[in-house]
Design a protein around this ligand. Sequence first.
Ligand code: ZN
Length: 220
Amino acid sequence: MALKVVMLGPPASGKGTQAVRLAQARGIPKISTGDILREAAQSGAELGRRAKALMDRGELLGDEEMIGIVKERLACPDAAKGYILDGFPRTVRQAEALDGMLRGEPLVVIDLAVPDAELLKRMQTRRVCGTCAAIAEPGSGRATCGRCGGELMTRADDSDEQVRQHRLDVYARDSKPLLDYYRGRSTCRSINGAQAPDQVAKELASEIDQTVAVVSGKRS
Ligand SMILES: [Zn+2]
């Protein structure tokens, strides 16, 4: 069975890092809508220019456009054996569209839960790459980006306490309908993201294996 996973979690929850680790461990692609849009913006493609203009204003692409982008990406050959989605779906409409693309195949939904106080602390100290926007591994002590060698800096919108709290409030408000949409499913699992990254990765791997075992048992 192809492993198809959606990673949900607030800013600074470690969702992106865990998605990368999981994808590497399972040999399947991590598909991040943020990466797709950033690459498009760097290539100067029409989609990228429009996405960049919206993101610079703190807005997102509309549902239908995001659904189109993801549908195209999931049709690529490397996604046939599974994938980890990061940044999609963001709305119930997008989640419904994803269910449609899966045609009844199981989807593991992971909610990486971290208390606000811990998230605020992480956002205050985390650094991102000025070139590729990758988030630096906390406590690594590196001066440059491990991915591209770019300079690490504090994100402008991470440096202000009110802005940090506001980002968490916006996430809580926007993600609630999506979590409500998935929560009743046996394939939706909540993981304690406040633990050390290695511990989170371990728990994530074991929850996914258990979920897959339950689903395969049901289907056989
Ligand atoms: Zn970088």
